[in-house]
Write a protein that binds this ligand. Structure first.
Ligand SMILES: NC(=O)c1ccc[n+]([C@@H]2O[C@H](COP(=O)([O-])OP(=O)(O)OC[C@H]3O[C@@H](n4cnc5c(N)ncnc54)[C@H](OP(=O)(O)O)[C@@H]3O)[C@@H](O)[C@H]2O)c1
Length: 298
């Protein structure tokens, strides 16, 4: 049942868009992998490429010391593994979830004799196996040592701490930033259209200045970490003015104004709290105060 009797280096459970990309990356680097998917038809292309397909979850797990899961979410992961012997295995969870779900799955796996590594994939399937794919991991260092080889075939691996929730927390932070920015971009796209300009030009410009934008975010992160909001290069009030300007443009151009309306209202809360002359990162004080009020109401 344990690693001495296994025939594959790793099992991969879940062959959705991401699972297939992970499997292809590992298999193409010569990794001995076995795969399984609930809907067996999705395994057919991999089988045709010579990747062994297990007949059941139990068979896939029994055949491999390292078990990698990439399904929709944590409840699906639990449902998959509920009736499977995990003693001595290394379980790697690559499905997206919350830090709390990661901690609970770690405790659940450890209670069943498995080592646990939580992983967050920072890539889309087409990037897997390439230079721009990253997987952040957290949890057991022994689990990392056991799984690092196969995970390294899929992406660059970064270990972010022994607390199993750390990778999921960073992942959610990245998703919050990404999708917040994307909503702003979609408004920017409508702005381009309203001015008869190409949206691809805005996308290209943003790609070119991405390191500059990243630097601004890094500086904001340090400001919040150290609690330094004085003498900013650009104030919170300027941010509000910019969003107010976007709202004015949207009304002039007759385009949807919900994104600038939301952003202006958020920054206005900073102005109302007397933070207009501070750095935009001082918005964290508004959000902290709101959490404290929420906590007091509960
Ligand atoms: N796609 C991305 O760009 C991306 C990026 C980063 C992270 N991720 C994460 O990777 C995970 C998988 O994403 P995906 O894009 O591969 O999703 P997907 O294409 O929708 O595939 C979902 C997979 O989960 C399986 N599944 C769902 N519920 C199940 C259950 N109860 N029992 C067994 N299998 C179950 C599906 O099996 P069936 O085929 O049988 O339905 C399928 O293999 C998600 O947590 C996602 O957030 C994805």
């Amino acid at each position: 049942m344990h690693s001495h009797s296994t025939t594959h280096e790793a099992a991969l459970l879940g062959l959705g868009a991401m699972g297939v990309a992970l499997a292809r990356a590992a298999a193409s680097r010569g990794r001995r992998l076995t795969v399984w998917n609930r809907t067996s038809a999705k395994a057919a292309p991999l089988a045709a490429a010579g990747v062994p397909v297990a007949a059941s979850v139990a068979a896939a797990v029994a055949a491999s010391p390292v078990v990698i899961v990439c399904v929709t979410d944590y409840p699906a992961t639990r449902a998959l593994l509920e009736a499977v012997e995990l003693g001595g295995k290394t379980l790697v969870q690559l499905s997206t979830g919350t830090p709390q779900e990661a901690r609970e799955l770690a405790a659940w796996a450890e209670a069943r004799g498995a080592r646990y590594l939580d992983g967050a994939i920072l890539a889309v399937p087409s990037q897997i196996g390439g230079p721009n794919a990253h997987i952040m991991t957290s949890g057991s260092r022994e689990a990392l040592a056991a799984a690092e080889g196969v995970l390294g075939d899929m992406a660059a691996i970064q270990f972010v701490g022994e607390g199993p929730g750390a990778a999921a927390a960073l992942d959610l932070g990245v998703l919050s930033t990404l999708f917040g920015a994307l909503l702003g971009f979609y408004h920017g796209a409508r702005l381009m259209e309203s001015e008869q300009l190409g949206v691809d030009g805005l996308g290209g410009l943003l790609s070119a200045i991405a390191p500059t934008l990243g630097e601004m975010i890094r500086i904001d992160g340090e400001a919040i970490h150290h609690g330094r909001y004085e003498a900013p290069e650009a104030s919170l009030e300027i941010c509000w003015r910019s969003m107010d300007l976007l709202g004015r443009h949207a009304r002039e151009a007759g385009i949807d104004a919900s994104f600038p309306g939301f952003a202006a209202a958020m920054f206005h809360r900073g102005l109302a709290a007397g933070l207009g002359h501070e750095a935009p990162a001082a918005m964290i004080k508004v959000l902290r105060a709101a959490s404290a009020q929420e906590g007091a109401r509960r």
